[in-house]
Ligand binder design. Structure first.
Ligand SMILES: C[S@@+](CC[C@H](N)C(=O)[O-])C[C@H]1O[C@@H](n2cnc3c(N)ncnc32)[C@H](O)[C@@H]1O
Length: 400
């Protein structure tokens, strides 16, 4: 278990520094967090680190364990690489398999064919050792192999997570345009919210932001309600895994500050309550039905206490369908923030990259974040008393 492995943790683009900080906060003496690259963070660590990362990371999409890499010009190079990897060390031939592939400037024409050749290499490796060929199961494989094709090389990984890590197990239904749980966790990190501060999401949808925050506030590990791919791989000690889970369960604490949510749609209010309950944090999240245009701070801040409004309003293209009302949405929201949330911090995820103009607020920061393929900005604002609102001038500069 003390052997060190090369790891790669993919994540939504824009969240790499937040993921690296989260990995360092685990304070594992054996985990070395590398320099982040677009869409992920490399690391070196033990199999215990792999288990801990799977259980505790809120921002990673997966924990991949690198088995090998080789230059690649054609799909047969992928086959030869797969044939060389010691798969029998990690799983048995009667386990089912699936190969996923990602690519970045790959010269190979068919990613599907490259994945097929990787699968052939894995299966032939077993066969050449006198064992059966593992079967493929695309739906519920025991083992997931991940092939990444770069411009000049192929990398083969074991996917130790199984289902992607944003699937925590508590969200069985969702509303319109839900955030993935790991994106929501990353937005909370970028917003500057910490569990000591009050949190309010007045456009909560299925409650992804507030449920993630409530679990953080209670120090509840995100993976406690789900299983992981490594549980079906060889080499991951069962006792060590039980100890890691037990320590995570024992670390639960009471939340230090309240968390509030609201939505205009009563079905979303119910959904947020149900999700909070499934996530074990229903006592922490207070949900109400209401129009954000009528919103006021849900609680008076104590001296020295910070208040954070973190939300993702409906994207322009969705509300545009409703015409004039849509055009007025962001300016009116900006007015609500300026007039009623003085002293609060606000963080808004929007797909309109210049939404700060429509809000008529000067952002403290604009974080570039991707919601799936959609380039967005997380605008953060400090709603300071006495600052004159920005003029709503057509074509006004972005302000900083
Ligand atoms: C993009 S969704 C939020 C998704 C949420 N972050 C999640 O992960 O599920 C926007 C939400 O804003 C709500 N909404 C739209 N107009 C509203 C208003 N005027 N006041 C409050 N909620 C509103 C919608 O019902 C919808 O649930």
């Amino acid at each position: 278990m003390s052997e060190l492995h090369n790891l790669f943790l993919p994540c939504p683009r824009g969240l790499e520094p937040a993921l690296a900080a989260e990995m360092q906060a685990l304070k594992s003496p054996t985990l070395r967090t590398g320099k982040e690259v677009p869409s992920g963070v490399p690391a070196r660590g033990t199999l215990e680190d792999v288990m801990r990362l799977n259980l505790h990371s809120r921002i990673a999409s997966r924990v991949l364990l690198r088995l090998g890499h080789a230059p690649v010009e054609q799909a047969d190079d992928v086959y030869r690489l797969a044939l060389k990897m010691p798969w029998e060390r990690w799983f048995a031939p009667d386990q089912t398999l699936r190969v996923d592939v990602t690519a970045d400037h790959s010269p190979l024409e068919s990613l599907h064919f490259a994945a097929l050749r990787a699968k052939d290499g894995v299966c032939d490796r077993f066969r050449m050792r006198g064992m059966a060929r593992p079967d493929v199961d695309r739906e519920q494989p025991d083992v997931r192999v991940h092939l990444h094709l770069g411009a000049t090389e192929a990398l083969l990984y074991l996917d130790t997570s199984g289902e992607p890590l944003f699937k925590r197990g508590w969200r069985t239904a969702h509303g319109e345009a839900p955030l993935k749980e790991n994106l929501a966790a990353g937005l909370l990190a970028l917003s500057g919210w910490t569990p000591q501060a009050v949190l309010f999401d007045p456009l909560c949808g299925a409650g992804t932001l507030v449920v993630e925050a409530a679990q953080m506030a209670c120090n509840l590990a995100p993976g406690l309600g789900r299983g992981f791919g490594f549980e079906r791989l060889r080499g991951f000690g069962v006792q060590a895994w039980q100890d890691i889970r037990r320590a995570a369960l024992a670390a639960r604490r009471a939340a230090q500050a309240p968390i509030f949510a609201a939505d205009i749609d009563p079905r979303m209010v119910e959904l947020t309550r149900a999700n909070a309950q499934r996530a074990g944090v229903e006592a922490v999240v207070q949900v109400k039905q209401g129009d954000v245009m009528d919103a006021v701070p849900p609680v008076q801040l104590q001296p020295g206490q910070a208040g954070h409004l973190v939300t993702n309003p409906p994207y322009a293209e969705r509300i545009e369908a409703k015409g004039r009302e849509a055009e007025e949405f962001l300016p009116r929201l900006g007015d609500v923030l300026k007039q009623r949330f003085t002293g609060w911090n606000a963080a808004l995820l929007l797909a309109d990259l210049q939404a700060d103009r429509a809000l008529r607020l000067k952002p403290a920061r604009r974080h570039v974040v991707y919601n799936g393929p959609i380039e967005c900005r997380l605008f953060t604002f400090q709603l300071v008393a006495g600052r004159p609102p920005r003029k709503a001038a057509a074509g006004a500069g972005a302000g900083d």
